[in-house]
Ligand binder design. Structure first.
Ligand code: SF4
Length: 361
């Protein structure tokens, strides 16, 4: 435990947190790192009175008054991870140590290093397509709080938390064949544009407690993929613009749809299909399968500025591929538009391609 402990802060207070897990062992491979890292979410949520949300560099943890009164300390996050990772994944490593940082400078100074690793992980799949494989992978890790939700992870659509891609699903299944990541045989193709397969429909039906019969991996309107609550981003329709907006989970302000991220998350999350809304990873925005039946990323008319800047290379590539000059500049953000009317005004002046696309309804 490096930094202030729970006893050093007032009730209702907050601190930065960095969880640094180091492992060693002859069987350990770098491909296993994302799998072990993602277990942090599930394992911490297993502790009574502790709530973990998010992944990668956007985690947050809530500790209940009851847990604190019963003696919970931040250092116990490390005890939980040490015991549970050894117990469940001990065959892929020999030794493990956990450091918990709660001083802002010590958390921030590690961010560049971890973000470089996240970029390397995302780049591994660059040339794979959904058509090039017969098997996708499921993820049911988030059923701990969204019991009917199951992510279907394909090469071109990563898990909606952004921390599991297709290769991670494959590696996770190899490590733990009976775990939350199972191979899903696509079976026959029902709709290649919406992303619907007979084998996936059957799998999702059987693993959503028979709640979902039809499941389109790429559509935002027609039987879209469900969301748990861990999505990095939410996309939703802005009907009068004939386009969509995308907001990142760390954006705290009002969005043009009239809801903040937290309210939107309540609408989208929990494992229900919500036509017009999807939760997804940042990486999925750059996928050629991003809302494919609705016309793809060319529909994006608003993003919060931080996300837009981070996604600039992807948005510029999308513009070039679709022959749209300055597509990046055509997308509004909160510095120029905070209401749907202002978005419409902005994109009309910019001659945004969404205005010429087929109507969404
Ligand atoms: S969001 Fe999806 S891929 Fe990520 S941990 Fe949850 S179920 Fe798995």
């Amino acid at each position: 435990m490096i930094g202030p402990e729970i006893d050093d802060i007032q009730e209702g207070g907050k601190l930065p947190v960095g969880i640094w897990v180091e492992v060693a062992g002859r069987e350990m491979q770098s491909d296993f790192e994302p799998i072990l890292e993602r277990q942090i979410h599930d394992l911490i949520n297993g502790a009574h009175g502790i709530f973990h949300m998010g992944q990668r560099d956007i985690n947050w943890i809530r500790i209940s008054k009851e847990a604190r009164e019963k003696g919970f300390k931040f250092k116990h996050l490390g005890s939980i991870l040490h015991a549970k990772l050894h117990g469940e994944y001990g065959k892929v490593f020999d030794k493990l140590q956990v450091k918990i940082f709660t001083r802002e400078n010590e958390v921030l100074e590690r961010l560049d290093q971890v973000r470089a690793v996240y970029q390397q992980r995302d780049a591994r799949l660059a040339d794979m397509t959904d058509e090039s494989v017969e098997t996708y992978y499921s993820c049911a890790l988030c059923q701990s709080f969204a019991p009917n939700h199951v992510c279907i992870i394909t090469p071109e659509r990563s898990g909606l938390c952004g921390s599991y891609n297709w290769l991670d699903g494959k590696a996770a299944h190899k490590i733990n064949p009976t775990g939350p990541n199972q191979p899903v045989n696509k079976g026959s193709v029902i709709d290649p544009v919406k992303g619907q397969w007979q084998g996936v429909n059957e799998f999702v039906y059987n693993n959503s407690h028979k709640n979902l019969e039809i499941f389109n991996a790429y559509s935002i309107i027609d039987y879209p993929m469900t969301s748990c609550g861990c999505f990095e981003c939410i996309s939703c329709l802005l009907p009068s613009t004939n386009g969509i907006m995308v907001v990142y989970r760390e954006f705290p302000e009002m969005t043009p749809v009239g809801m903040k991220f937290s309210t939107l998350a309540g609408t989208v999350g929990g494992g229900a299909q919500t036509p017009g809304f999807i939760g997804h990873s940042k990486q999925y925005i750059g996928s050629r399968k991003f809302i494919l039946p609705e016309g793809g990323a060319g529909r994006i008319v608003w993003m919060n500025s931080h996300l837009k800047q981070e996604m600039a290379p992807l948005l510029k590539r999308i513009g070039e591929e679709n022959g749209i000059e300055d597509f990046y500049g055509m997308i509004a953000d909160e510095t120029v538009a905070t209401t749907e009317e202002e978005v419409l005004e902005y994109i009309s002046k910019a001659n945004h391609p969404a205005l010429e696309m087929p109507s969404l309804f």
